[in-house]
Design a protein around this ligand. Structure first.
Ligand code: NAP
Length: 455
């Protein structure tokens, strides 16, 4: 029987690895997800049989509640709210790893050696990830717009981090009494919250993928404690993939991971608040914008979060086709963190049928803006904010941007004076050569298509 169960875990592990590999390309991503799903079902079934029927009532209840909630949420959540979903489910994974450790440590089942050390370490990482992901969820949901800091934060955070480490050593040294364990988990929760609170909006993609990696690591450590190979393999794969994604995201944002997570351990930089420029937004109308676009030689389109919310990608592609029929050269410029999840814009444009060769990444397209007659920004803000390049005091300073301000003219489709995700004012919008088409992205693109017929 044990041979069959171990084989079941092996099958689950192979499915998880193959599934993850499938997710590396948009073409095979759907199949990859299906394999991961089947792998998880196999792993859950094997665990179910392995742990016996002692707690069958509780286990079934948990499975039904979790399954129903996840299915309902998964069906209803819009694409633009996916990062919140990732933060939420990621936090659950970290919390589950922490809960497993708590059960093992409180019950005294974890005795000495590597399993105890890994169990205690996994408890810290999982619980920090649980609490930090909760804060990240709140930020992404728009409940906390600005980074939260207070003057004594670096000292408090340092003290909490030291307390967590000291308590962890005490637990490993055998102090597994309830008050010490409770203090250890409380310190981990406090650390997760305090580390995440001061992190600015534009750095959230890095934080989410970091917690994702951390959860994977915590699950792998707890798998070692429980002697569960499926948890070790799945956790290691998630941890490794998440670490790579975190490093790539940090590199794309010109940040180091330490810089991002260390925000709460540093004194706030002077004048880190955004300043009001006092500039005026100058509006335009569809016909005027259509004239500028229709008579241009070269147009670069910069899509952002607003295009995703409005689901305007099909209309935008129709607009591009009309422009190309008129002989206008058009390219799409994609910023690595445009929208609300990695690859968000690429997915939307692929869905609308935009050919890959029209889509350019930040490095390759940036030199082209200076030669573009018009840059058309559709619901993007932070990723085209020149303060990130020019204003050292800006909270988003250092983040690479698309150089829309170097184009001869910029047309921005947005609904009003709304700010971007980071809440920082954007001087591009008040520049002399920028005009705003105050519309929802779908309406704006539709009206431009209509107006082009008249020019
Ligand atoms: P953004 O900075 O969030 O700006 C979006 C702009 O779109 C806003 O100025 C808003 O202005 C406008 N807008 C909203 N709804 C609209 C609609 N229906 N029609 C037209 N315009 C609309 O977006 P972004 O430039 O794409 O930058 C992404 C930001 O999200 C970055 O700060 C990034 O760090 C962060 N982030 C990214 C990820 C990721 O993985 N990609 C994950 C988490 C966070 P109005 O309200 O005036 O319309």
């Amino acid at each position: 029987m044990s041979y069959v169960l171990e084989t079941g875990y092996l099958v689950a592990a192979v499915l998880l690895i193959l599934g993850l590999r499938g997710m590396s390309s948009p073409r095979t991503a759907h199949r990859g997800l299906t394999w991961v799903g089947i792998g998880m079902v196999v792993a859950v079934l094997v665990t179910f049989i392995r742990t016996g029927a002692g707690n069958i009532g509780l286990m079934l209840t948990a499975l039904v509640i979790g399954g129903v909630l996840a299915a309902v949420y998964g069906r209803q959540v819009p694409m633009t709210a996916m990062p919140q979903g990732v933060a939420l489910f990621n936090g659950m994974g970290g919390g589950a790893a922490g809960a497993i450790a708590a059960v093992e440590l409180v019950g005294g089942a974890a005795v000495g050696g590597a399993p105890l050390v890994l169990g205690v370490l996994g408890a810290l990482i999982g619980t920090v990830s649980f609490a930090g992901s909760g804060v990240a969820f709140g930020k992404l949901q728009g409940w906390m717009r600005r980074p939260v800091r207070f003057p004594a934060m670096p000292m408090v955070n340092g003290a909490v981090a030291l307390a967590a480490v000291a308590l962890g050593f005490a637990v490993i040294a055998g102090a597994q009494m309830d008050p010490v364990l409770a203090a250890y988990f409380a310190a981990a929760v406090a650390l997760g919250i305090l580390v995440t609170l001061p992190i600015g909006g534009a750095d959230m993609p890095v934080v989410i993928s970091l917690y994702n990696a951390a959860t994977g690591l915590a699950v792998a450590f707890e798998g070692y404690l429980l002697n569960n190979p499926a948890m070790v393999i799945a956790g290691t794969v998630v941890g490794a993939a998440g670490t790579l994604l975190t490093l790539l995201m940090a590199k794309a944002m010109h940040r180091s991971v330490l810089q991002v997570v260390g925000a709460g351990f540093r004194a706030p930089e002077a004048a880190a608040e955004a300043t009001e420029s006092g500039g005026i937004l100058k509006g335009t109308e569809p016909v005027d914008a259509a004239i500028q676009l229709g008579y241009a030689r070269k147009v670069i389109i910069v899509p952002g979060y607003g295009m995703a919310v409005a689901q305007a990608q099909h209309k935008v592609w129709e607009l591009v086709q009309r422009l190309r029929e008129r002989g206008v050269e058009v390219r799409f410029a994609i910023h690595p963190v445009a929208g609300r999840m990695p690859g968000h814009m690429n997915v939307l444009l692929a869905e609308a049928g935009v050919p890959y060769d029209m889509v350019a990444d930040l490095e390759s397209v940036n030199p082209e803006f200076a030669r573009a007659d018009v840059a058309l920004v559709i619901g993007a803000n932070d990723v085209v904010n020149p303060s990130a390049r020019d204003v050292p005091d800006s909270p988003i300073y250092g983040m690479p941007i698309l150089n829309v301000d170097e184009a001869d003219n910029a047309i921005v489709i947005k609904r009003g004076g709304g700010q971007g995700f980071s809440g920082v004012e954007n001087p591009l919008f008040t520049a002399d050569n920028t005009r705003i088409l105050f519309r929802d992205a779908l309406d704006g693109a539709s009206e431009l298509v209509q107006a082009l017929k008249q020019v």
